[in-house]
Ligand binder design. Structure first.
Ligand code: MG
Ligand code: ZN
Length: 372
């Protein structure tokens, strides 16, 4: 065999080899990423204030047809206790979820030493995500405040409003106009928002259902001067504006968005031990969950989490109840230390399986959004 023949033979074989490799690469079906590898771009966190398992049960039993919470593939339980009390209040409960720390009752966005702690909303903003809050209380109430304010007393409404001015939230809907434009210190934050080119308006000037939202602008809309009325008195904006907000944030947030939606008054029904009000508020929140779930199903990039900060009223469904009419009972007019459920849908929903602390919800959200 001549040297030349051997050389040709080697060239032919190596050419065949590389051709085979190329063909294999071409014919291999690309592997789609496993669920563990898919991360959400957006998070919509929905908090039913005071919404325990009995409140949810009541809502499910009375619902004709499938309840929106029955469509969630992942359910967990969270321990709600605060840093200084087995029974939390909404301030410490929301701070645990928003900031990942146990703090004392009455504290919003500060730790046991009253030092400010960054919230998941603030971290999202820092990383370039759009942010939004929609509530049925005032916008300075404990639950929303824990996401943007840092105060050791949740009732310092005027100071919380000042913290809001620094927060740069893109979309804010709720009551409490007077904390912005009718303040003891005479500072007009409503006007300051306008000066900052924020599109601010209120129920007094406009109907919330007639508003248009453009992604280049920021929005604040006050639904009431103080607390919005209850769902039993005709308040119906939450389901509508929550989805409008999610669609707006999706357009505004090129890198994604973080949104918190609160059914604020489920808790107030517990405090007043009013079974009828409770059902109205649960129904309003359930409609909102259904609409948000529909948005997330279409979007495919949104993780939806539904939970509570604590139970309220020691609510029970007593004997004699039917699917048409419940016999409600309450053990107390305050919060209880019951664990509350966590429902999750979308990419990384699996993180929310199991039994864990309320503070872990912050860690899981951070992990899901890859904000480290
Ligand atoms: Mg609340
Ligand atoms: Zn409460």
């Amino acid at each position: 065999m001549s040297k030349w023949f051997l050389l040709i033979l080697i060239i032919v074989f190596s050419a065949c080899g590389s051709k085979t490799a190329r063909e294999t690469a071409k014919t291999t079906i690309p592997q789609s990423p496993s669920p563990e590898e898919i991360y959400p771009k957006n998070i919509i966190l929905m908090i039913g204030d005071g919404m325990g398992i009995a409140q949810i049960s009541a809502s499910i039993y009375l619902k004709k047809g499938k309840h929106s919470l029955e469509n969630f593939p992942v359910v967990g339980l969270q321990k709600t206790h605060s840093g200084n009390n087995l029974v939390t209040d909404s301030a410490a409960g929301a701070t645990a979820i928003a900031c990942g720390i146990k703090t004392f009752n009455d504290a919003v966005g500060v730790d046991m030493d009253t030092l400010p702690v960054q919230s998941i909303l603030e971290l999202s903003k820092e990383k370039g995500l759009a942010t939004g809050i929609v509530v049925t209380s005032t916008v300075v109430h404990a639950t929303p405040a824990a996401f943007y304010a840092h105060q050791s007393n949740r009732y310092d409404n005027e100071d919380i409003a000042l913290d809001f001015m620094k927060s740069e939230i893109d979309f804010m809907i709720g009551g409490g106009k007077k904390y912005f434009d009718n303040r003891p210190d005479d500072i007009n934050l409503y006007k300051q928002l306008k000066d900052k080119k924020v599109n601010v308006s209120s129920y007094f000037e406009k109907n919330i259902f007639d508003l248009n939202f453009f992604p280049k602008n920021k929005y604040v809309f006050f639904t009431a001067n103080e607390d919005p009325v209850g769902a039993d008195s005709g308040r119906d904006y939450l389901p509508y504006i929550s989805v409008v907000g999610a669609k707006y944030l999706k357009k505004r947030g090129k890198k994604g968005f973080f949104m918190m939606i609160e059914g604020s008054q489920i808790d107030w029904a517990g405090h007043s031990q009013n079974g009828e009000k409770l059902i109205y508020e649960m129904s309003d929140f359930e409609k909102t969950i259904g609409k948000i779930l529909k948005f997330a199903k279409k979007d495919k990039e949104t993780l939806v989490i539904v939970t509570a900060d604590h139970e309220c009223g020691g609510f029970a469904i007593n004997p004699g109840s039917t699917n048409e009419e419940l016999v409600p009972a309450f053990t107390y007019n305050m919060h209880t230390a019951d664990m509350v459920p966590v429902f999750a849908y979308g990419p990384q929903a699996e993180l929310f399986h199991g039994v864990y602390d309320n503070t872990d919800i912050y860690q899981k959200m951070k992990q899901a959004l890859q904000l480290d």
